[in-house]
Design a protein around this ligand. Structure first.
Ligand code: GLV
Length: 333
């Protein structure tokens, strides 16, 4: 008798022509709507399947997999995976994969867009114009911070941080970075001759600070009131990483009281909720977690997640060897 086909859950309707490749290998449980799943609904779906393709909106931990006896793989359509409780999934033998590389350049582009919009007050100026305030040209209206000739700080010098650093040369910026470890000199040279500095030096020296580090227990609120107090009051802060890296009430307070010039945020601690104190400020640019959102990149992310899931469940040309495993130790068992 033929083996029963493996089952997978596709948590979102994502690029149908790409996800159709799953059908060659699996019975696919699909949804046609962009639902928010309460934890019980996530658990209910996972109970039935061998694998799942999910996005950052799905939070999966010990409770959600408690009854998922068949579950062997989760393909996350994101490079970050803080929506997944990695120790719990690893302990249960569930292989997790992510989507690095394919989103690096698009995200780095967006980092610069957000930095420029923030430093040069683009959204504030547009809002002011649309509100009908512009009755005469004025020499000193909406003065903003220069990028050229300034010092860019990058906290977290992984692939995206390096993409941002490479772009900085085009703007004539000096680049400082802080990372868990220093990069090889050749990589630093490729990254606009970026210079490794300590965390406190980074905070105090830079005119613009980009946050592109992973969110972990160690990086929770690393940008808190004390860190913000070390920054120049004229500085700009951009967060492309995860909201939980920044103590948002402390940030709002610094922005409201002139201890920091401006912030550009693509991510929030309780997203999609955004704190009212941030919404109330004029010197903050707020975007809805869209740094990797170009059609080609979003499509490439889904394609990589599909390949990861097929391989992780032992099918296709790379059976057993997904290209982007997160808990790769499970592959060695
Ligand atoms: C987006 O935030 C990602 O982690 O891919």
């Amino acid at each position: 008798m033929a083996e029963p086909r493996l089952r997978v859950w596709l948590a979102r309707p994502l690029f149908e022509d790409v996800t159709a490749r799953l059908d060659a290998h699996f019975d696919v449980m699909r949804t046609s709507v962009e639902d928010r799943y309460p934890p019980a609904a996530v658990a209910e779906h996972l109970r039935e399947v061998d694998g799942a393709l999910v996005t950052l909106s799905e939070q999966i931990g010990a409770e959600e997999i408690a009854a998922a006896a068949r579950l062997r793989a989760i393909a996350n359509v994101a490079v970050g995976y803080d929506n997944l409780d990695l120790p719990a999934l690893t302990a249960a033998g569930v292989l997790v994969t992510n989507t690095p590389d394919v989103l690096t350049e698009t995200t780095a582009d967006f980092g610069f867009a957000l930095l420029m919009a923030t430093a040069r007050r683009i959204t504030e100026a547009e809002r002011w114009l649309r509100e009908g305030h512009w009755d005469r040209w004025s020499f000193d209206r909406m003065l903003g911070a220069d990028l050229h000739g300034s010092t860019l700080g990058i906290l977290g010098m992984g692939r995206i941080g390096q993409g941002i650093a490479r772009r900085a040369a085009g703007f004539g910026m000096r680049v400082l970075y802080h990372n868990r470890k220093r990069l090889p000199v050749e990589t630093e040279n490729d990254c606009s001759r970026a210079r490794y500095v300590g965390f406190n030096e980074l905070l105090s020296q830079v005119d613009h600070l980009m946050l592109v580090l992973p969110y972990t227990a160690q990086t929770h609120h690393v940008i808190d009131a004390a860190a913000l107090a070390k920054m120049k009051p004229t500085a700009t802060l951009v967060n492309l990483a995860r909201g939980g890296i920044v103590d948002e009430p402390a940030l709002a307070d610094a922005l409201a009281h002139g201890r920091l010039a401006a912030a550009g945020l693509d991510v929030y601690e309780g997203e999609p909720a955004v704190r009212p104190e941030l919404l109330a400020l004029r010197n903050v640019v707020l975007t809805p977690h869209i740094a990797s959102a170009s059609p080609a990149t979003r499509r490439a992310m889904v394609a990589l997640a599909v390949d990861n899931l097929i391989a992780a469940l032992g099918c296709g040309p790379d059976a057993g060897r997904p290209s982007a495993p997160v808990n790769a130790e499970l592959l060695k068992r």
